[in-house]
Design a protein around this ligand. Structure first.
Ligand code: PLP
Length: 393
């Protein structure tokens, strides 16, 4: 049996942890991707928010191939230019002070959690180690980041989970005030827009009150920008919509333009919390991934960010006018659409594939994370496919 198809071999040889669409992709350019049968698809997924500049962006491709031909990896025993340049750019554009590089969102959040615990134990001793997160949040798939994730369905099968997390409802400042007054809280970790939770943006007044509360109590404000960061919402970082100054920011998905890289940014207070030998990651700061990230950031200047905002508003507005839409939520090019109950989003996504357009879901919503370079024409094409399906159903 050597002529099994790719999906058949997947079933035989890969751990069956993913529900895949029946589509084997072959190559992509810009916002278009082709399957092995030669069918073309317009992409509103960006590899789940990773391919910021679409497929095969020329500057990005040239940066990573040039770097790969010089040094593909060096370890953190030596200095290298791409990693230091990336840290400099991220600090200058975020207002934070230092960066640590790793490989994924979960790993970045793990490092943020270690930072919060150590910051507090250095200053206040052992009894102040609780980290608050929000109900309906998502922070990753490791044992600790699952514990940080405020959704009960993620807290099954793998006990015991890491201790020291507590969950509070979003947009409820009294709940935070009360919880912090118990004296054991060292940090709060939030997503500005809950992505996996259904593309829900936190309220501005809540975020500002949260920041004040954190400052007054020396509780670290940690923002998980793994999905919202690197231009996705029309600012380089989503907290910049609300003029926040977080103590810790975590990044991953869009940073490498499709290569695996995560980052933790540290503000003034905790910039020296993790000292020599206290944290590390073999592949962290990999020169090829950092060269890719530098190429992504170089293209996300203020003009490009303004375009993302404008295209996001255009897309949201077109989505609001579709049949059977209850609400459109999100920021920039990170959008969620809720439909009237007769629409099943899984069916909608499968029908869209038949029509040559790729979408995501989040909970009961359609989720759109197109490449940041998508054109209005391409947006129109995607929306017209949704319109045709929704009009028929
Ligand atoms: C995707 C995501 C993560 C996990 O990132 P991985 O790279 O899959 O580990 C963490 N937080 C948020 C907000 C995410 O969207």
């Amino acid at each position: 049996m050597n002529n099994l198809s790719i999906p058949q071999k997947e079933q035989q040889y890969l751990a069956q942890t993913y529900n895949r669409f029946d589509l084997t992709l072959s190559y992509g350019k810009g916002c278009d991707v082709w399957d092995t049968a030669g069918n073309q698809y317009l992409d509103f997924t960006s590899g789940i928010g990773t391919n910021s500049l679409g497929w095969a962006n020329e500057q990005w491709l040239s940066a990573i191939t040039t770097q790969a031909s010089k040094l593909q990896h060096i370890s953190n025993l030596f200095f290298s230019e791409p990693c230091v340049t990336l840290a400099e750019t991220l600090c200058q554009r975020s207002g934070l002070k230092r960066a640590f590089f790793c490989n994924s969102g979960a790993e970045a959040n793990e490092g943020a959690i270690k930072t919060a615990r150590k910051y507090s134990s250095d200053k206040y001793g052992q009894q102040r180690s609780t980290i608050l997160t929000l109900t309906n949040s998502f922070h990753g798939r490791t044992i600790t980041t699952l514990a940080a994730t405020g959704q009960d369905n993620f807290h099954q099968h793998f006990s015991p989970f890491t201790e020291g997390f507590d969950y509070i409802p979003a947009n409820d400042i009294n709940a935070v005030t009360q919880r912090i007054s118990q004296g054991d809280v060292c940090a709060i970790l939030v997503e500005i827009v809950q992505g996996e939770g259904g593309v829900i943006t936190l309220q501005a007044d809540y975020l500002l009150a949260l920041q004040t509360l954190c400052l007054d109590n020396d509780v670290l404000l940690m923002i998980d920008e793994v999905q919202t960061g690197i231009g996705r919402t029309g600012k380089l970082f989503a907290y910049q919509h609300f003029n926040l100054q977080p103590d810790v920011v975590t990044l991953a998905k869009g940073l490498g333009g499709g290569l695996p890289i995560g980052a933790i940014l540290f503000g003034e207070k905790c910039q020296n919390t993790l000292g020599k030998g206290e944290h590390g990651s073999t592949f962290g700061g990999n020169p090829v991934c950092c060269a890719g990230a530098n190429a992504v950031l170089a293209q996300l200047d203020e003009n490009r960010l303004a375009e993302i905002t404008q295209k996001g508003e255009y897309l949201a507005n077109r989505l609001r006018h579709l049949p059977k839409v209850k609400s459109v939520t999100g920021l920039g090019l990170m959008l969620g659409v809720e439909f009237t109950p007769e629409i099943k989003v899984a069916d909608l996504v499968n029908q869209a594939i038949q029509q040559g357009v790729l979408f995501l879901t989040a909970k009961n919503k359609l989720r759109l994370l197109p490449p940041l370079i998508i054109s209005e024409q391409q947006i129109d094409l995607g929306v017209s496919v949704l319109h045709a399906i929704l009009s028929d159903s």
